[in-house]
Design a protein around this ligand. Structure first.
Ligand code: C5P
Length: 211
């Protein structure tokens, strides 16, 4: 069975030397890709820019922007499972300058941003024949974690959402704690190193296909 995972941040260029991005390290997504491969899935990892090495036994696709990430995910389908772990930048500059901009007050005030596609929502909304059987999203929240995550699962149209509290150092840190929110059950993954959280989530995913 095939799995597609997104990981890391996206990088949205402003000009040749500047960009918009975020602090995602990619660790949780890489750990999940490795854990799914260990469960026997044929895994494609679509990664934004990270400092992490390519994973052996996983098809690696390196991208920079959200638009590239969406195109790479669509090219990697069909798959039985899609897991969106990437911290996709919500906005990108409307135009990318070929030359280094002079970012004075006027330029900054008129820096126009346009919304990036929501990769998770796009894949969740595909027609049944081409939609992965199981679509899993992540919800990084700093407060009211469970309520926001339950609402996010419905809004995105995904099957499961993995809620995690990033008020500490989860984003970029080595540990994580999570709640897997399914339509009819919620499974707690207690605080542990990211590879252990990934192992447990991969086991949940494998179990879903085992029955
Ligand atoms: O809305 P929010 O960014 O909190 O949603 C997080 C979830 O949505 C994650 O699974 C993330 O990978 C996914 N996402 C996405 N494309 C976006 C924004 C978020 O796939 N443009």
């Amino acid at each position: 069975m095939r799995a597609v995972v997104t990981a890391g941040p996206t990088l949205e260029p402003i000009d040749p030397v500047r960009f918009l991005s975020n602090r995602s390290s990619g660790q949780q997504g890489y750990a999940l890709a490795a854990a799914l491969a260990a469960e026997g899935f044929d895994v494609t990892l679509v990664s934004g820019p990270t400092a992490l090495a390519d994973l052996a036994g996983v098809t690696m696709v390196r991208v920079e922007t959200a638009l590239e990430m969406l195109a790479a995910v669509e090219a990697a389908l069909p798959a039985e499972v899609f897991v969106a772990v990437a911290a996709v930048a919500d906005w990108r500059p409307a135009e990318v300058s070929d030359v280094k901009l002079k970012l004075d007050k006027a330029a900054m005030a008129s820096l126009e941003l346009v919304e990036n596609p929501d990769i998770l929502k796009t894949i969740s909304g595909r027609a049944a024949e081409t939609r992965p059987d199981l679509v899993v999203g992540f919800a990084a929240e700093t407060h009211d974690v469970v309520e926001h995550a339950r609402a996010k699962r419905l809004r995105k149209g995904c099957d499961w959402i993995v809620a995690n509290d990033v008020s500490g150092d989860a984003m970029g840190g080595a540990e994580n704690a999570a709640l897997v929110i399914k339509p009819d059950a919620e499974v707690e993954l207690p605080r542990a190193a990211k590879p252990e959280i990934a192992r447990q989530l991969a086991a949940e995913i494998a179990a879903y296909f085992a029955h």
